[in-house]
Ligand binder design. Sequence first.
Ligand code: GLA
Length: 377
Amino acid sequence: MLNRAVCFMLVLIGGIFISCTMKEDTPMGESSLFGKLPDGREVVQYTLRNNSGSVVKIINYGAVVTSLVVPDRDGKFQDVVLGYNSLRDYENCTTYFGCIAGRYGNRIGKGKFTLDGKEVQLTINDGENHLHGGKVGFNKVLWDAQFVKDSAGPSLALTYVSPDGEEGYPGKVTLVVTYSLTDKNEFRITYKGTTDKTTILNPTHHSYFNLSGIFTNTILNHELMINADAITPVDRGLIPTGKMLDVSNTPMDFRSFTAVGKRINEPFEQIRFGKGYDHNWVLNGYNGKIQKAAELYEPQSGRLMTVYTDQPGLQFYSGNFLNGNDKGKGVAYQWRTGLCLEAQCFPDSPNKPDFPSVTLKPGEVYHQTTIYQFTIR
Ligand code: GLA
């Protein structure tokens, strides 16, 4: 009798727990409570699934991709992006795991530039420079999210309205980022941005990939190809000098598949400045249309990720600032256990008239499409 009463109570408590944490189930995806911000606002985790069994999870805090599960050559599904277990970790992190970085992904020298004849001063948050949108960038704000119908597949649209003056940026900017998971295992990101005053906009996606699916492995065995004949070399503060550097006969040459670790410790000045790879590759044949930018292959699992983008640049960052202090998904992320391939305009472009422009004017629409496709080999 007692046992029955206990069972009943447990079922009741379980039911209440599930109905509190489950937010919404639609044919397009599921959502559940991920955590609450200190001011009480709820952060929700959304799940997109495709017909091939792959799954992506996204939270509306920072538009962060918290997990991306894709098959290996034996059909084993594993998570291939670094991340945390709790909202607090995402609030406190300085790694930019999985987020949308913005308004300006990457660095602006001294956080300063001239726009329409006026000097703009942004927040300084990286030495003497501005990085990834400032102290409270797009990675540290709550976005509006909703499942949307998209021909690409199950999709989630996230919207953030950045007020005029936020982190020093002029103009109120509205950015819509749509994440889709197609049946061809493409994780597709489309961006659409508008402003009410002339401003700059250059958002990017900041997932750290480890295609082995085992986060205690480094990414040094991953083989990388980047379709680029040049990089934008940087100074010690990782600000582009404004010149182009031909990658021929340097450790920056990834025009054919090369293991990331093969030349990463060479005494090459650019490598020393970046403490490894942390540079912008100038993609060949940029014409504003979607093109293959890079391929990343992990030999043990057979996973191959192909990056397509309509952007002119690709930042390849080899996780050089990971140091074991960040823990999530049951491991402490050690040095170079994840790498980012961030499609974008070139760093510091507001101060480099020869670089493609990132200026956005009222009436114009900013667009970006970047696709990470997962196959096996
Ligand atoms: C970027 C930068 C790196 C580093 C990481 C975040 O990709 O290029 O230098 O700041 O973000 O740790």
